[in-house]
Design a protein around this ligand. Structure first.
Ligand code: WTA
Length: 635
């Protein structure tokens, strides 16, 4: 069984061993899994290229470890509970035996539809059990899944399908989220009309049963392809370093990139961190409210919990439907023991008042988790008092799509908590702070750029189809370090507090959005000449999107213009990237070499223009005053 650390003393001991002899430490963890062939060598790495390999020569199938391995000991235990959007509908649950059979049946269906090892399958689905079953079925036969969050537009979906040359798309008919009913299949059709030539088959899961158009010879129903499929499917023999999945994420520049995770290391690390960060005990019910469209859902709804033999909940809905008590109702209903959500949800629910959690029995909760963005002090304390009743430790977990699993987090009940700090590295993780020149700051109490010095099993291997981009973004800024893109502070005891992104990525409600992507979308509007997008502090979302726009001639009706800009952004990216505020400007502050001075734009957007300082070196210092003026009337 994977090691579960039980005291702070033990954490210190294990941590020390893990950095002194990382290969020995991770080999001991890896040995607790089922391998078809043991690895020959634990690790080879080179951050320059980068070239990172774990458990070299090992053969395995992650689903054998998520499912088959548990059948004897916990075949009848609930593996997955699905809570629907509409609380009046019954919830569903799958035992490990049932989940195993469903995964095998769909894996066989994938094979019958021409999917082979190494093929890419795109999932564009709401949070229904079939999504979890679908991705596990891919892993079963060695196909690579690429899940696209179902809130992205047809355009964004098409880009991702094309980038990975997906052979198949799996979707649903409709998606019910809160009071909305989203025509998922229609969006897929629209995407496929944008030249996604690689797609041969679309499999449609009947979710709401609403009317959809099916294209002959291309589209098939989920329930039809399952007909007659056997409940057993031999797991494909995968190399440790074969690709398990691709997940697209935004960066500073350009289009989203496909982060690649591989089978062996990802398996070992997600299971290890799940067991330790949540201190999961047999019989516990664990709930992570994330969407499987993001990394949190991959690692801590599906893979980590199932690898650890846990009972994991999947929730289709939203925190405020039918009312702001929904989360707490679900916690009471399923006697949830570990609850994991994002600060933006906590802030939104906190704003609705204390009566909502007050209505429900939350006594089953043992551990609370937070992820995706820095948690502010007010939200931390509300979470602690109103949800945890002061007795459930909060784990503020810091990590990224690229890291595959949690890198910095307190261990609940073991570490003495320090509010708003992600605190200490997980075993095997060697963080450091560097200054702008890339020099490591050795002093304990410091602030700097957060980097990681040594590889860990679930780290990014490449960006799909563009290895150079992976090198350039993460490994070229500082020599021999993985650069996270985050700034952090460290206290005298070595505890880390994550401050936030230092690059041009905005974290809106815990979703990563690249400013360049939003600018490109805005620029598609016929009347826009140039735009610049920055983040600004937002009470609920953490950060909001603030767009400065130069228009071709005066805008006739500002409200209409704002609606049009929002519509373009929704079309190109999706509603999550809509600007919260728009300021029409005559010019943007630029350096003499023509670079936009985003620092100034961020200050103006935050209403902190008094902190801008000297602007005389700008090409056009006069614009700054007009920017400040205009901020008050931003749309
Ligand atoms: C931010 C989500 C502060 C950070 C798992 C990171 C956090 C980005 C925390 C990755 C945290 C994540 N405290 N900031 N506990 N967790 N972040 O790829 O800026 O969607 O770089 O992965 O979210 O976002 P991603």
């Amino acid at each position: 069984m994977t090691l579960q650390i039980e005291s702070f003393q033990e954490y210190k001991k294990v941590y020390k061993e893990s950095v002194e002899k990382p290969e020995k430490f991770w080999a001991a963890q890896a040995r607790t899994f089922t391998w078809m062939k043991k690895w020959d060598k634990v690790l080879e790495w080179n951050f320059k290229k980068p070239d990172i390999k774990w458990f070299i020569g090992g053969k395995l199938n992650i689903t054998e470890n998520c499912l088959d391995r548990h059948l004897k000991s916990r075949g009848k235990q609930t593996a997955l509970i699905w809570e629907p959007n509409d609380p009046s509908r019954p919830y569903q649950s799958y035992t490990y035996q049932e989940l195993y059979e469903e995964v095998c049946r769909f894996a066989n269906a994938l094979k019958s539809n021409g999917i082979k090892k190494g093929d890419r399958v795109c999932f564009y689905m709401p949070m229904v059990p079939e999504l979890a079953i679908g991705i596990l079925a891919c892993a079963r036969i060695g196909a690579i899944h690429s899940v696209v969050f179902a809130g992205f537009s047809a355009n964004a979906l098409a880009d991702r399908i094309k980038d990975a040359s997906c052979k198949m798309v799996v979707c649903s008919d409709y998606n019910s989220r809160g009071a909305k009913n989203i025509p998922v299949k229609e969006i897929v059709d629209e995407a496929l009309n944008q030249g996604c030539k690689s797609v041969e088959t679309v499999i449609v899961h009947k979710n709401t049963g609403g009317a959809v158009k099916m294209k002959k010879n291309r589209d098939k129903w989920w329930h039809d392809v399952l007909k007659g499929q056997k409940k057993e499917c031999k797991p494909a023999k995968m190399d440790s370093e074969d690709i398990l999945f691709i997940l697209y994420t935004s960066g500073s520049t350009g289009t989203p990139k496909g982060v690649v995770h591989t089978c062996g290391g990802y398996m070992v690390y997600t299971c290890f961190t799940f067991k330790n960060v949540f201190q999961y005990k047999k019989g516990d019910v664990y709930w992570c409210t994330a969407d499987i469209g993001w990394i949190t859902g991959h690692s801590y709804i599906v893979y980590g919990p199932l690898l650890a033999g846990a009972t994991t909940i999947m929730f289709e809905g939203v925190p405020t439907y039918p009312d702001p008590g929904r989360f707490w109702h679900v916690c009471e209903k399923h006697r949830v023991n570990q609850f994991y959500t994002a600060p933006t949800a906590i802030r939104a629910l906190m704003a609705q008042g204390d009566q909502w959690p007050g209505h429900y029995d939350l006594s089953s909760i043992k551990v609370l988790g937070s992820v995706g963005e820095p948690i502010n002090s007010e939200a931390w304390h509300w979470y602690d008092e109103k949800i945890g009743k002061g007795k459930s430790p909060i784990v503020d977990t810091w990590w990224q799509t690229e890291t595959g699993g949690i890198l910095i987090s307190p261990l609940p009940g073991l570490h003495k908590l320090k509010p708003c700090y992600a605190q200490l590295p997980m075993p095997g993780i060697q963080p450091c702070l560097v200054d702008a020149e890339g020099k490591e700051i050795k002093k304990k109490e410091a602030e700097g750029l957060l980097c990681i010095k040594f590889p860990w099993p679930s780290m990014i291997r490449t960006t799909y189809g563009d290895h150079e981009r992976c090198r350039q973004v993460y490994f070229s800024t500082f020599e021999n370090l993985y650069f996270t893109g985050d700034g952090a502070r460290r206290d005298k005891d070595g505890h880390y507090r994550i401050i936030g992104r230092v690059d041009d990525v905005i974290n809106v409600s815990g979703h990563r959005i690249g400013t360049a992507e939003v600018e490109n979308a805005i620029n598609e509007h016929a009347q826009v000449i140039e735009s610049a997008v920055v983040g600004f502090p937002h009470d609920i979302k953490g950060q909001g999107i603030y767009a400065y726009i130069i228009t071709d001639g005066p805008v006739a009706d500002k409200e209409v213009f704002k609606k049009e800009v929002n519509a373009v952004v929704t079309e190109v990216i999706g509603p999550i990237a809509k600007p919260d505020r728009i300021q029409i400007v005559a010019g943007l502050p630029k350096t003499r070499s023509g670079k936009i001075m985003r620092r100034i734009l961020r200050k103006v957007a935050a209403g902190e223009a008094d902190q801008i300082g000297d602007v005389s070196t700008l090409l056009n210092p006069e614009v700054v005053d007009s920017l400040k003026e205009g901020q008050k009337e931003a749309l």
